[in-house]
Design a protein around this ligand. Structure first.
Ligand SMILES: *Cc1c(COP(=O)(O)O)cnc(C)c1O
Length: 364
């Protein structure tokens, strides 16, 4: 069986796959309402929030666009804080809809520095909102979101967070850290297929929403909230993904949030130790910020990471992913989030160890 070790989509447990074989139901009926209300309540627990939580049909990027168009108006000054491809994407979306974006960028492999964010906010009092990425999937970096959020909130700015590849896997405390908008996606740590984006919306965020003038229809949070009050979604939802989440969230709550975080920490540690033991280098500059959901690795000199991945897939059925943006063709990445255990990581590391010699490198 294929060992899918990419940072989403991630493998789904058997029970979750089974749940998706159920016949379609009326999405305006009582059965669906009960399911959506249950899924929403469980998500609030795992987002560690009492804020409103909306499940919208779309991928994570759709959730990012939804956050932008629901919070901002054209011309609004926004500070984008980025240390990789996903941070840059957030800025691009905001620019596309007419926000006046200032980019604060950190080098590949580095984390976003709270002091630099503080300075950037002091420099321009007109900034209304800050865009942050909790876990930068392109480089395997987890930012110190608690410290970053503190700086943003001390400056009294609206805080919009891409927590797509961290929420539910790495501790992300929406209420405690005052995250106004936090976004995730069903195919990351949630043991479900792609199709839903889940977004928490604080009271401050609702005020920003009321004032926002960017065009929105499909993503309109007001419509989503109004329908959620009836246990519905404004448009036809990805019903099968709701079936899946209805089961996977129960499995997550049974395992327990702290146990899930500990398992991810262990798997991240195991992956990093494994690749380092082969003499390979991590992309993350300071391991203090190493991600527990995704590990990005530099291949040995003269080894093409894409060819290496092909060997791993063809010979050992281990599927890793490559680099994105400027790191395309330069690195490879392991996903270790959602349904993942030590056996899966051991299998992936074994495949790497066995594949490297074929590409002219003998692991230590
Ligand atoms: C996966 C991911 C996205 C994009 O999600 P899609 O579902 O592919 O649109 C955005 N941000 C981060 C940090 C991600 O890991």
């Amino acid at each position: 069986m294929e060992n899918l070790r990419i940072p989403g989509p991630t493998p789904c447990p058997h029970e979750v796959l089974q749940a998706m074989t159920k016949q379609m139901i009326n999405h305006r009926g009582a059965e669906f309402s009960a399911m959506l209300n249950g899924v929403t309540a469980d998500l609030k627990t795992l987002f560690q929030t009492k804020n409103d939580l909306l499940c919208l049909t779309g991928s994570g990027t759709g959730g990012m666009e939804a956050a932008i168009v629901n919070m901002l108006s054209p011309g609004d000054k926004v500070l984008s804080v980025s240390c990789g491809v996903f941070g840059d994407r957030f800025a691009d979306i905001a620019r596309t809809f007419g926000a006046d974006v200032t980019s604060l960028k950190f080098e590949q492999g580095k984390d976003c520095d709270p002091d630099a964010v503080k300075k950037a906010l002091q420099k321009d009092a007109g900034i209304k909102a800050v865009l942050l990425t909790h876990n930068e999937t392109s480089t395997g970096v987890t930012n110190n979101l608690a410290a970053l959020a503190k700086v943003v909130k001390e400056a009294d700015k609206l805080l919009i967070v891409d927590a797509i590849s961290s929420m539910g896997s790495i501790d992300c405390q929406v209420d405690k850290w005052n995250l106004d908008v936090a976004i995730s996606g069903s195919q990351k740590g949630w043991m479900a297929p792609p199709g839903l984006t889940m977004i928490s919306v604080s009271e401050t965020a609702w005020k920003a929403h009321t004032a926002s003038k960017m065009p929105k229809f499909y993503w309109d949070f007001s419509r989503a909230k109004k329908y959620l009050e009836k246990g519905q979604t404004p448009w036809t939802p990805a019903i099968t993904v709701v079936y899946a989440m209805n089961v996977s969230l129960k499995m997550m709550l049974k395992e327990g949030m702290q146990n899930i975080f500990a398992r991810h920490a262990k798997l991240g540690d195991m992956t990093r130790k494994g690749v380092k033991a082969m003499g390979l280098k991590l992309v993350v500059a300071d391991e203090k910020y190493a991600s527990n959901t995704v590990t990005a690795v530099w291949p040995p000199a003269n080894v093409n990471p894409d060819n290496l991945r092909k060997t791993m897939r063809d010979k050992y059925e281990v599927v890793l992913t490559g680099g994105q943006g400027t790191l395309e063709g330069k690195i490879f990445r392991f996903g270790h989030l959602g349904m993942c255990d030590e056996a899966a990581i051991k299998d992936a590391l074994d495949a790497l160890r066995k594949s490297l010699p074929e590409h002219g490198y003998s692991p230590k």
